[in-house]
Design a protein around this ligand. Structure first.
Ligand SMILES: *[C@@H]1O[C@H](CO)[C@@H](O)[C@H](O)[C@H]1NC(C)=O
Ligand SMILES: *[C@@H]1O[C@H](CO)[C@@H](O)[C@H](O)[C@H]1NC(C)=O
Length: 389
């Protein structure tokens, strides 16, 4: 577990006074970073410099760093989900005004998978974010639709298609659209989140990226974004988790949207991430203390701001029933059995939650005409949001 605990340790070591070559890290941190990087960056078969300023390494699929995780000692690699069929990759619904959603693609040699190389700069940025959490006021806001079990139902999958935007974010801000599966309360929260976000702290720039996170203890010691720690098993040879999206939607104009799902594999019980019909990889069941099933699933937006006003959420507009205005999730569904079909949430089962109504809104529309299906909108302009900054 050492490498997962290390992020937490950083916070407690920052008070020591040895600084390394003018940068804002201590000598101890410098060695922690080097050790962590050695653990997560495996020897590449091939390396690709992307136009987005980072390197993608093609790593032997059987040798990715996830498999060094202590909980995955006896893990058997799953190449593709048991529910997967090639047919699913085609047939993504495109409206005339729609541009096909695309993630940046990398082609790795057979038997290897693309993994973004984590750099010391990435770790330094992540560290400063954690420190800021403690030293500076941090505000997080949400606007979402979620379902909780009626009559003790459990959930095994969630899906939906969200419009993709590029909300303006400074280095101290983040803005996301995502869906999630969750179980547990307080520090026992087990959760997987997948979606798009603008998060300069994590990505190094203000583009929109597809991302995933996980935790088995409410992010106290476990979990991270994408492949910045051991956990996520990348299986797709072209789409890597944490890749930038190539185009985003224009308010009132062309819409770009992104189909996402998180599904528990019926056989292995691993949680698979599918983006745009492609199974990108999975979180092994063994990572979790309490995610044999989910008791809450949800769809919506979130923002983070550190000592500054909140950024925009979604397109920056409040829900207004016009799907070219506020950010949407359409064709949402959940599975209430591992082998179940997707069901759209009935109005009585869906709850809406938002914590800053002057800044952000969320509306659940129930079942709409094709191609929208069960759908919702969320978002807003941001601002002070009642935060005492
Ligand atoms: C697997 O990774 C180890 C180090 O983590 C390295 O020594 C070895 O060469 C790698 N094997 C392959 C097949 O890439
Ligand atoms: C799943 O939900 C559907 C729709 O509400 C319901 O008809 C079905 O009985 C549920 N199945 C289980 C296993 O709870």
């Amino acid at each position: 577990m050492r490498n997962m605990i290390f992020l937490v340790m950083l916070v407690s070591t920052t008070l020591s006074s040895h600084r390394v070559d003018g940068s804002d890290i201590t000598l101890k941190e410098h060695f922690e970073f080097e050790r962590h990087l050695k653990l997560i960056n495996k020897p590449p078969i091939k390396s690709i410099q992307t136009e987005f300023g980072y390197i993608v390494d093609c790593i032997d699929i059987k040798n990715q760093s996830a498999f060094d995780h202590p909980l995955l000692k006896n893990h058997k690699l799953q190449i593709r989900p048991s529910f997967y069929s090639k047919k699913k990759e085609i047939g993504v619904n495109i409206l005339p005004t729609k541009i096909r959603f695309e993630l940046d693609q990398i082609v790795c040699p057979k038997g290897s998978v693309p993994i973004r190389r984590t750099t010391k700069e990435d770790l330094i940025r992540t560290k400063s974010l954690l420190n800021n959490n403690i030293l500076v006021k941090r505000a997080a806001h949400k606007a979402e639709v979620y379902i909780k079990p009626l009559y003790g139902e459990n959930y095994y999958g969630i899906s939906g298609t969200t419009s993709v935007y590029n909300p303006k974010c400074s280095i101290a801000q983040a803005s996301a659209s995502n869906l999630y599966v969750r179980n547990g309360e307080g520090d026992a929260v087990n959760e997987i989140t997948v979606g798009w976000h603008v998060f300069p702290h994590i990505n190094g720039n203000d583009r929109t990226f597809a991302y995933a996170t996980w935790t088995s203890d409410n992010y106290v010691k476990t979990g991270c974004y994408n492949t910045q720690c051991q956990g996520f098993v990348q299986t797709h040879r072209q789409y890597h988790i944490g890749a930038p999206v190539q185009k985003t939607s224009v308010y009132g104009g062309e819409m770009v949207d992104m189909p996402i799902s998180i599904d528990q594999d019926e056989k292995s019980k691993n949680w698979w991430i599918t983006i745009n019909g492609k199974p990108v990889g999975y979180y092994p069941q063994a990572l979790f203390s309490n995610l044999k099933e989910a008791v809450q699933v949800g769809w919506g937006g979130g923002t983070i701001a550190i000592g500054v006003p909140s950024p925009q959420m979604g397109s920056g507009s409040f829900p207004d029933e016009n799907f070219e205005h506020a950010c949407y999730f359409k064709n949402i569904g959940y599975k209430n059995g591992t082998n179940s079909q997707y069901y759209g949430p009935e109005h009585y089962a869906a709850e809406t939650y938002h914590d800053a109504p002057e800044c952000f809104g969320v509306e659940y529309y129930d079942k709409q005409k094709s191609p929208f299906g069960y759908s919702l909108q969320f978002g807003g302009p941001g601002g002070q949001c009642g935060d005492n900054i």
